[in-house]
Design a binder for this molecule. Structure first.
Ligand SMILES: [Zn+2]
Length: 395
């Protein structure tokens, strides 16, 4: 098994010291299932009722969880619902998209307690970094010790923790470390937006090995194994859109020829309809999809994209062996409009032994919240460790 491809846990489990044994399990459970009752948590973690009560009380005293009384049903003993403490830890999740960005403060229960969203001029990463820096400084002043990590989802290729290439924005090698607050250094995580969306979706779909694919401008995605993304040696894995599944005569902005990206999105639809390359492929695709019900040319363009999508999914399933495939972004509506074409090319591209029980194609459930929730997921993974809790207790 090559490094980085082993199961890494859901979320990754690290060695637990005696001090936090039980506490970390309970916090991770509350994160996964906010509002779970103490009784249900005890059952899930195989704890006695007394141990669960003790651990919950300790976490309440540390401002980590809040317990709210729950009216018992039937003859059950009184219990409490476990949620995020109002003075508890928070993380900042940032989503840098093609046209806009969002900065959200997220608590242990996954609730977005504060958010701001604005457009950015696509040609000026310096402007965007300045805005993000101001916003992060404001959040740090407001939340002080409660702020535990900053996690950034970026619409570009991330390698060695750096934002190295956003081909469709023409951005190269952006140093996100400039976002660190002045005096304190916070853990800062950076991930590709589709990778983080895949983490969030896979954890909510509950399959073991999930192939997540999303179509926006091109195809992004990631293989998520037991909750952890398989991102390769430098973190840049998952650029499935740049597999050579497309027309080898077409040059991709990434620098390669014949990329799958060019066959499945708004750029492809424009080519198929005889239109010039659209300035905004995402909205061109949205318009084409909207027209497909009454316009045969638009319907045919969507169908060709569905066929290209299905063929690529089959190739990835043959290579990666997931137990389910989750489709996000425009892949959802493309599939709805051209299900027979997509299913036919998916099935015909599978190796024979897979056809009896092919991995099911599922539709993503988090919509455009997936990347920011995935960024918050990995930020809380980083906090919910022995060191993270010890640091919190000593704050
Ligand atoms: Zn490419």
């Amino acid at each position: 098994m090559s490094p980085g491809i082993g199961p890494s846990g859901t979320p990754p489990r690290r060695g637990q010291s005696a001090r936090w044994r039980g506490a970390l399990d309970l916090l991770r459970l509350v994160r996964r299932e906010p509002g779970i009752t103490r009784t249900a948590a005890a059952r899930a973690l195989r704890l006695s009722s007394g141990s669960a009560t003790d651990i919950a009380a300790r976490l309440r005293d540390l401002d980590l969880v809040e317990e709210s009384p729950v009216t018992p049903t039937g003859r059950g003993r009184p219990t409490t619902a476990l949620g995020a403490h109002p003075a508890g830890p928070v993380v900042v999740a940032v989503d840098i998209r093609h046209e806009d960005y969002e900065v959200a403060v997220v608590d242990l229960a996954g609730t977005v307690v504060r958010t701001e969203r604005d457009r950015h001029p696509g040609d000026d990463p310096g402007w965007l970094l300045g805005r993000l820096r101001t916003s992060l400084d404001r959040i740090r002043r407001r939340y002080r010790h409660r702020l535990r990590a900053v996690s950034i989802a970026a619409a570009g290729t991330i390698s060695h923790g750096r934002f190295v290439q956003a081909s469709t924005l023409n951005w190269y090698d952006i140093d996100l470390d400039a976002l660190q607050p002045r005096r304190t250094r916070l853990p800062m995580l950076v991930g590709n937006d589709a990778t983080l969306a895949g983490v969030a979706e896979a954890r909510r779909h509950g399959s073991r090995t999930t192939l997540y694919l999303t179509v926006e401008v091109g195809v992004g995605g990631i293989l998520v194994d037991e909750g952890a993304p398989v991102t390769g040696a430098t973190g840049a894995g998952g650029e499935f859109g740049h597999l050579p599944f497309g027309d080898p005569a077409l040059a991709c902005p990434c620098g390669a020829y014949g990329c799958w990206d060019l066959d499945v999105d708004g750029r492809a639809m424009a080519r198929y309809r005889g239109d010039p390359p659209p300035r905004d492929p995402r909205s061109y695709a949205g318009t084409t999809i909207g027209l497909a019900a009454g316009d045969p040319d638009a319907a045919a363009a969507v169908e060709r994209c569905a066929t290209a999508l299905g063929r690529g999914i089959a190739g990835l399933v043959n290579a990666l062996d997931p137990d389910s495939v989750v489709l996000g972004g425009l892949a959802g509506p493309v599939r709805r409009l051209a299900e027979p074409a997509l299913t036919a090319s998916y099935t015909s591209g599978l190796m024979a032994f897979r056809r009896a029980a092919p991995p099911p194609l599922r539709t993503a459930v988090l919509g455009d919240r997936a990347s920011i929730l995935g960024a918050a997921d990995v930020a809380f993974d980083a906090f919910l460790t022995d060191a993270g809790l010890t640091d919190w207790a000593n704050r």
